[in-house]
Ligand binder design. Structure first.
Ligand code: AMP
Ligand code: MG
Length: 326
């Protein structure tokens, strides 16, 4: 089964989204763009459809999915946000922030049996229209478990050709990293996964800390290895990245390895320029890993300071490879 590929305009999706919505209503799987990464979606209230997400992704059953909504009222139909959650919804929805709150109606398969459910409203016209035309959609990132997340429809096809019914192609995603996941059932709030919204932004309204700094990881997804290319990945943090990377590359090339380098503002053979800001870095990170993976045995990537968006970038890189200070 080749997936039906529906091309659309990220800014002006039209009636073609109705066809994708039909697939969702029939319990089929649809990969769709959001502002963070591409998601692999199914009707959140259809257990059988959701089960297939876990199957095709190879996702462990104890790692819950995020439910995507397009209207605030939908949140109240399926969950019970508290006062803090309500205020965060008002400030940050739609956007790259996922809120964990008390579950009301979402099947256990979605929440991995937890009493809570993670909810987000994507800031992307295509995703919102798809949900509007169908139902709340449960969706993890549209990659095989463990692989880098997809930021283009081509990435989804690389991982799932023959396994899913439909892909909506609206070009590259804007942010390129997954949403920030915040547990609103505890106070101070806990960031279970750093992402598109920074701790500094949330701190303007509420006290918040990183769950990893508090103790036991409560987000089941945090314990799994993630985002990893097949090639070996080493991350160099500190000044003089490019010179050091070239030196390391030379040593490995002598031993017959094919080496790729990814960093900000770099140029040259087998070099991937990540751009010139942290935003560019986030947007291009997964694409760089996927592209260099096709032609390299070793990828050397620049590391960044763990502040602002840099926290989310380093979270992904730590799970994908080995970190070295230079
Ligand atoms: P992904 O679908 O790959 O973007 O991952 C979703 C992330 O949200 C994973 O790290 C999950 O463990 C986390 N998550 C989803 N639902 C919950 C929940 N109810 N409680 C805690 N973490 C959750
Ligand atoms: Mg994922």
């Amino acid at each position: 089964m080749k997936p039906r590929i529906i091309k659309t305009n990220a800014e002006k999706p039209g009636e073609e989204i109705l066809e994708a919505a039909e697939y969702i209503k029939q319990g089929k799987l649809v990969a769709f763009p959001t502002e963070t990464v591409y998601g692999l979606g199914a009707d959140a209230l259809n257990e059988k459809a959701v089960r297939r997400i876990f199957e095709v992704k190879g996702r462990p059953a104890d790692n819950p999915l995020i439910v995507h909504v397009s209207r605030i009222e939908q949140i109240y139909e399926i969950a019970e946000p508290n006062d803090v959650a309500e205020e965060l919804i008002e400030k940050f929805f739609p956007g790259p922030l996922t809120l964990v709150m008390k579950n009301k109606k979402v099947p256990k398969i979605v929440t991995a049996g937890l009493e809570t459910v993670a909810i987000r409203m994507p800031n992307h016209k295509v995703a919102l229209k798809l949900i509007d035309y169908s139902s709340p959609i449960a969706a993890p990132s549209a990659n095989k478990s463990g692989k880098p997340s997809p930021t283009k429809a081509e990435h989804v096809l690389e991982d799932f050709n023959g396994e899913i019914e439909c892909i909506i192609d609206a070009g590259e995603t804007i942010i390129g990293l997954e949403s920030t996941v915040v547990d609103t059932t505890v106070y101070p709030l806990e960031i279970l996964r750093p992402g598109g919204v920074t701790k500094e932004e949330i701190e303007r309204y509420f006290e918040v800390r990183f769950a990893e700094e508090v103790g036991t990881p409560k987000s089941p997804g945090m314990k799994y290895r993630h985002y990893a290319p097949k090639a070996e990945l080493i991350v160099l943090v500190g000044d003089g990245f490019f010179e050091k990377a070239l030196e390391v590359a030379k040593n490995f090339e002598k031993r017959g390895k094919r080496v790729g380098i990814a960093g900000l503002g770099i140029k040259g053979e087998n070099c991937f320029n990540l751009g010139d800001s942290l935003q560019d870095f986030a947007k291009n990170l997964f694409k760089a890993l996927r592209e260099l993976d096709k032609k390299c045995d070793l990828i050397i990537m620049q590391g960044v300071e763990e502040k602002g968006l840099g926290k989310a970038i380093m979270n992904r890189l730590k799970k994908a490879g080995k970190i070295y200070r230079i």
